[in-house]
Design a protein around this ligand. Sequence first.
Ligand SMILES: *[C@@H]1O[C@H](CO)[C@@H](O)[C@H](O)[C@H]1NC(C)=O
Ligand SMILES: *[C@@H]1O[C@H](CO)[C@@H](O)[C@H](O)[C@H]1NC(C)=O
Length: 242
Amino acid sequence: MKFSILVAAELLLSLASAATNSTGPYTFDRLNKNDSVLLIVDHQEGLFSVARDFDATSYRQQILAHASLGRLFNLPVVITSSIESGPNGPILSGIRRMYPNTTIIRRQGEVDAWDNAQFRNAVRATGKSQVILAGITTDSCTTFLSLSLRQAGYAVWANAEASGSSSKFVRDLSNDRMSKAGVQVVSLFSIVTDLMRDWRATPGARQVIPWLATWYPAWGEVAEAHSSAVRNGTAVTGEDVL
Ligand SMILES: *[C@@H]1O[C@H](CO)[C@@H](O)[C@H](O)[C@H]1NC(C)=O
Ligand SMILES: *[C@@H]1O[C@H](CO)[C@@H](O)[C@H](O)[C@H]1NC(C)=O
């Protein structure tokens, strides 16, 4: 009896999974710079010290790199902060210098930025359907907003390198929670190359390579090494035979 109930349960499960698989071929949901808005969420000088899952130097670099995506791809940018007058502090000065004319939406209490009407209106006013975001902390500000945006029908790309939380454990479970809600949890380089699409585009190699040299040294240094070898017209002995 027990056995047959188990068999029946397994049969139901396999039918359910067949139904899931029969929804059609996989669709690669790609970022399109024409449809995207960039959100900068609670990257505040006080909250910065709560982010312990990355080294502070590289994390600060990632926050500024995230912000500068808006300038590189000419995206609409919405910046919001949470209770600046308290210990959370102001938005990082590097971001404020990048966007001196952008009004910061200063939330006076809402943890989830989507609970704030001014913020919702600012996002809706862009008319974009794809949202790229990052914030502090990953488990509250980034996650709550991402889930609210998914519920509101937006496609969401969470820049995992520019969100920060109290530990790697918290980061991992938060990113997992977002992924399960259909949020694309991705790296900075993934966002840049998806927005660019083709090195021959504009922005393309001419704009993106210098940007990478500043914000993504892992690739930028390779480009610099290559460029100096090209300029010199020589390679190290041994490289010439490769
Ligand atoms: C964005 O819009 C421009 C101008 O309409 C168009 O040429 C380009 O192909 C679009 N880019 C993408 C990725 O769809
Ligand atoms: C070119 O090569 C020489 C060595 O032959 C080196 O001293 C110099 O720094 C190189 N220049 C650049 C721009 O890499």
